[in-house]
Design a protein around this ligand. Sequence first.
Ligand code: NAP
Ligand code: MG
Length: 404
Amino acid sequence: MADRISMTTPLVEMDGDEMTRIIWQMIKDELLLPYIDLKTEYYDLGLEHRNATGDQVTIDSANAAKRLGVAVKCATITPNAQRVEEYHLKEMWKSPNATIRALLDGTVFRAPIIVAGISPLVPSWTKPITIARHAYGDVYKNTEMLVNAGSKAELLVTDAAGTATRQLIHEFTGTDGIIQGQHNTDASIASFAHSCFRFALDTTQDLWFATKDTISKKYDHRFKDIFQEIYESEYAGQFQAAGIEYFYTLIDDAVARVMRSEGGYIWACKNYDGDVMSDMVATAFGSLGMMTSVLVSPAGAFEYEAAHGTVTRHYYKHLAGEETSTNSVATIFAWTGALKKRGELDGLAELSAFAEALEAATVATIESGVMTGDLFALSTLAEKRNVSTGEFIREVGTSLSLAR
Ligand code: NAP
Ligand code: MG
């Protein structure tokens, strides 16, 4: 065998839980270690180790991602009451993704992997649509009240000097009702904007952004203005040089345009729009096992992962000694995304080329008719074979070794 590809800067490796932890090891053993002298700074975010370290390992891994710039993460369990019992947890630890996102102040971009034979439910979508969701504020950090008839509701803001400003929301005459207070911050919106502009440049795709600024003349309009100001002052020249566009429109117009588009752009969404639209777009593109995710910090750190969880149901089958057919594609692409980025930052063309070859081998395997059960159920290929978790990864390995 030829010499393995060497690396200079390590990747931050965040290991995880359950079925995806098993897939993680298989990918390393069969698809990476035979070809790369893999350098990683390893953090075990498996729930047992998070518990043992009082979740310090999650914080350490996020700081490592900040320092080294590129991380790859396995899916992890977000504990709930049942997990606290199952794993005898000292505490109901927070979602690792939430902890990492808070420390990196990043935005999550989700994009589907497209393969022949798995047709999007929207026939015109021939290229991926990447959704960027602003993950701070709005209705997710609201204050709301039930209001009795006869009440008057007002917004009251007291500034640093103690001056109060009031505005009427509504006088509830004759009927009970409801009110809600929402906020966002210029700093958070600006971080979101920087992550979006950066990622558009990074992937050479147009960036779309939409709000309802005609109705929400201060709140949504602020989002529109901050994006526009940052675009003009820092990114317009780079966008022009890269041949990409920043396009702002109203959210309802955006939805209409998305439906008749061919894809191939990033759609930046406010928090609620992103919550709803990401599920719609993901479903329309096929399986969760084909959805990738990358957290991009405004300072330029990248953390790659699969969008799905630890696939618990399959893991229990695996523990019971049954054959599983779990899709490893999004986890493979998390590794290739990270390796490509590392290669690009460190000027290691060979490493980036390897990552691209691995992606091509993965897609070619599925397009040759070899796939896991989730894809088997969707694929329109005439000749197709439903294979196990391990067999799929071995087939990708064969395809990769033949291509090299
Ligand atoms: P999930 O792990 O995404 O799985 C939900 C279902 O989707 C699976 O049972 C399976 O359907 C299908 N599926 C998802 N990924 C698949 C794949 N790669 N291949 C084949 N089928 C796949 O979500 P969950 O069961 O709600 O959550 C399990 C655990 O993951 C939870 O502890 C949760 O906290 C955690 N989670 C972590 C992350 C993260 O780390 N980013 C994200 C979400 C959830 P069938 O059973 O019908 O085959
Ligand atoms: Mg949702």
